[in-house]
Ligand binder design. Structure first.
Ligand code: RB5
Length: 151
């Protein structure tokens, strides 16, 4: 069974709480890395925890939420091996999995409503990487550069 590392800052807190209920409905296991309320926090503090958890393999994939989704995307994509995708619709959610093998989904809590967010999460969780050669080659190119940059 898939295990999700979940995290938000204050801008994504409410959507995170809504998505926790939805993940329970879907019988998807998760670990909540915070935050715990709407009090202002710094998104890097939560974003790195979730990204490192996914990188370690302790969780299979992650979901991060901040106000716009941009801060969390920047943070998560600093971690070697993380492919974080900021998605605002089902189309980008689907292709972030099929083409990019995204291992973290990022959402903007102040950008999309919880109904759309649930649809995005459902598509993202249920879509597999295509395994097509051209996509594998592109991901290998990212990995090669990462290996040079993060020695
Ligand atoms: C917090 O006000 C906001 O800056 C944060 O949630 C996020 O949108 C950053 O990218």
């Amino acid at each position: 069974m898939m295990k999700i590392a979940l995290g938000s800052d204050h801008g994504g807190y409410q959507l995170k709480e809504n998505l926790k209920e939805y993940l329970k409905e879907l019988n998807v296991e998760y670990i909540d890395f915070g935050c715990e309320n709407e009090k202002s926090v710094d998104y890097p503090d939560i974003g790195f925890k979730v990204a490192i958890e996914v990188k370690s393999g302790k969780c299979d994939r992650g979901i991060l939420i901040c106000g716009t989704g941009i801060g969390m995307s920047v943070v998560a994509n600093k971690v070697k091996g993380i492919r974080a995708a900021l998605c605002h619709n089902e189309f980008t959610a689907r292709y972030s999995r099929e083409h990019n093998d995204a291992n973290i989904l990022v959402l903007g809590g102040r950008v999309i409503g919880s109904g759309l967010a649930k649809e995005i999460v459902k598509v993202w969780l249920n879509t597999e990487f295509s395994q097509e050669e051209r996509h594998i080659n592109r991901l290998n190119k990212i990995k090669q550069e990462e290996d040079k940059i993060y020695k």
